[in-house]
Design a protein around this ligand. Sequence first.
Ligand code: AMP
Length: 442
Amino acid sequence: MSFESLGLAPALLRALAEQGYSAPTPIQTEAIPAVLAGRDVLAAAQTGTGKTAAFALPLLQRLGESARGPRKPRALVLTPTRELTAQVNDNLRSYAKYLNCSSTVIFGGVGMGNQVQALRRGVDVVIATPGRLIDHMQQRTIDLSGIELLVLDEADRMLDMGFLPALKRVIQALPKQRQTLLFSATFAPPIKALALDFLIDPVEISVAPPNTVNTTISHHVHPVDAAVKRDLLLHVLSQDSRRQTLVFSRTKHGADKLVKFLEAAGVRSAAIHGNKSQNARTRALADFKSARTTVLVATDIAARGIDIDQLPVVINFDLPMVAEDYVHRIGRTGRAGAEGLAISLVSHDESGLLRDIRRLLKQDIAITNVEGFEPSEPLRLDAGAPRPQQRPQQPRGQRGPRNAPAGGKPRPHGTHQGNGRGHTGNGSRRGNQAAGNRSHVD
Ligand code: AMP
């Protein structure tokens, strides 16, 4: 299969060749012809599958095919995070290199002035987060009456983040006569409901079953006492100090504390989460991409959609509260067929979370003690074990890290294959219930 055979225009093919894309990914193979044919599309595809190009390429071609009116936006891409808007825009611009098409991003956390000016100058494509877009709608600084094409990117995450009312409001303000593309990691019932409301006879595409993971990723769990977890992290990082590593923390506060600890230990690192200013987030990502920092500590939502290719290793400093987030997290490694390593540092109180993840995965997880960091209590992985930590229901803002990191002294280094076991889950899913109980968002 080639990009030519999908019917893409020469200007796009030239840009793709320059990007070094030799063949379309499965989502692109299915979505591009459907979008070019003018169909609505409902696509289940995770980050890393090439989903951005799957909508951006035919979007650009469709805009090029029809006559342009006054420069009011003709396509709108809605995404859950600021990072994703920037990423989609970067990709779009590189594909549009030989087209006369302009785009701009709209997101919160920065002043509105530049955005208003860009809109006034006139753009073809707007890539926006829903909240800030509504601000522009209220201030009448954006005219959505010319939108021909709407893309909902990472729709499941937008719903998780509580954007449904905003989404509805935006969509209701758009012309009825338009093409709509909805991309989501899963086809959970709320996504289906959204599709029913806003898509017309969509082509349904699912390139990988939801919640399956790349089989080139190997999963490792190191049981450890919570008090010395961060020392174990340092130990694991020291195995290859030049390796770019994404570390997940469940909380923003935990991410900041971890960065302080790592920096004090001489590991160049930065945190990326929702409390950081847009500039700080952009800088942290740029520093990580250019290898000025070797460790990026991220919360789940901040990391979602970050475009970092083929990280060799992802470390879960804490396990996510929702098993599905494990799949999203480790989607950052082993991309495009490369081998990846997912390491989780798991304390006794996270046993229940690990059980959930094992149930969801269809792959083995090797459980290995690290010498010098053996836990005082083994993990409880039998099905009947109590779940000491159910999802906390405290109001937002009162939550702290569950595992108070403590200043344990570094222990002797060296790994041994203690109680290594392989496990295969039965693949059961708790998607909606879990999403409904999601407890930490940025
Ligand atoms: P996405 O799933 O949109 O986040 O894309 C993941 C990464 O794959 C991005 O860095 C894209 O630039 C890259 N990519 C997308 N399509 C292709 C392709 N056909 N060949 C090679 N790389 C691609």
